[in-house]
Write a protein that binds this ligand. Structure first.
Ligand SMILES: NC(=O)c1ccc[n+]([C@@H]2O[C@H](COP(=O)([O-])OP(=O)(O)OC[C@H]3O[C@@H](n4cnc5c(N)ncnc54)[C@H](O)[C@@H]3O)[C@@H](O)[C@H]2O)c1
Length: 255
């Protein structure tokens, strides 16, 4: 019997593929057999990741229509088909992360635009291509904070917060996923989301301790924790899974 989770023969674009999570995804999906196209705005990191996974780097600005169209055209021209797309970039402006009281309307608009609208742009254009092919799988990164409100107590004693824009962006990503899954199901295009919990990235120790205390699996996420779930959603083994939000959060959202 063939392995339903094998990704040989799948060409997968990982947007944000040179980031904290994206690097682990690029490596992990390549290990599963996928041909990985790293689409990122950072050329140095992007080239390095692509070389590491024997893949292809395409410098891409996911917020720019012509850049996204050029990315997809390159993939089809060089690899013949576009089998999977992972929306894992994290575009934001310099003010992103400001306290609730300090968020200007201009920053709100810009950050929602950069992140939510770019996720739509790539998923939308990819889905039209996939519809022509008659198959494809799109996975977009949401967040636990697209599912529920932040627990602000975990930030006490630190300068950290959860930006208010994030609630709208990630809530939007999750419902966009459901819309697209419903609209495109009959065309063989599956659309799903992953909602990660917080990834350990040398944050303030007080935050880390509080975060772990509140998490049933008792730790923050590692970037590698998302490889299996994303590979699953991209694979033929998930052929009857669409419109799903797979929470990969150590149990955070059940409490
Ligand atoms: N890190 C976490 O704790 C966490 C938790 C929940 C959800 N997420 C989600 O996971 C996704 C990835 O997060 P991350 O922590 O890996 O982020 P990151 O900042 O480490 O990486 C993001 C990547 O996106 C690239 N990028 C930024 N703007 C771009 C643009 N305009 N065009 C193309 N590429 C661009 C960056 O160069 C970078 O390589 C995001 O959707 C984020 O919201 C992250």
């Amino acid at each position: 019997m063939t392995d339903p989770f094998d990704l040989h023969g799948h060409t997968v674009v990982v947007a944000g593929g040179a980031g904290l999570i994206g690097t682990a995804l690029s490596r992990g999906l390549a290990d599963q057999g996928a041909t990985v196209v790293v689409a990122d705005a950072a050329p140095d990191r992007g080239e390095a990741v692509a070389a590491d996974v024997d893949g292809r780097f395409v410098e891409t600005d996911v917020t720019d229509e012509s850049s996204v169209e050029a990315l997809l055209a390159t993939v089809v021209e060089e690899f013949g088909s576009l089998d999977g797309v992972v929306n894992c970039s994290y575009p934001r402006n310099e003010s992103y992360g400001a306290r609730y009281e300090d968020v200007t309307y201009a920053d709100w608009r810009e950050n929602v635009d950069l992140h939510l609208n770019s996720y739509f742009l790539l998923a939308h254009r990819a889905s039209l291509l996939m519809r022509e092919q008659g198959h494809g799988s799109i996975v977009s990164f949401g967040s636990t904070y697209g599912v529920q409100a932040p627990d602000f107590s975990v930030y006490e004693g630190t300068e950290m917060t959860s930006p208010v824009e994030y609630a709208a962006i990630k809530g939007g990503v999750l419902n966009l996923t459901r819309y697209m899954a419903s609209y495109l199901g009959r065309d063989g295009v599956r659309v799903n989301a992953i909602s990660p919990g917080g990834v350990f990235d040398e944050q303030h120790p007080t935050f880390v301790a509080e975060y772990e205390r509140r998490t049933p699996l008792d730790r923050m996420a590692d970037p590698e924790d998302f490889v299996g779930p994303v590979a699953f959603l991209l694979s033929d083994g998930a052929g009857y899974v669409t419109g799903h939000n797979l929470r990969v959060d150590g149990g955070w959202t059940i409490c």
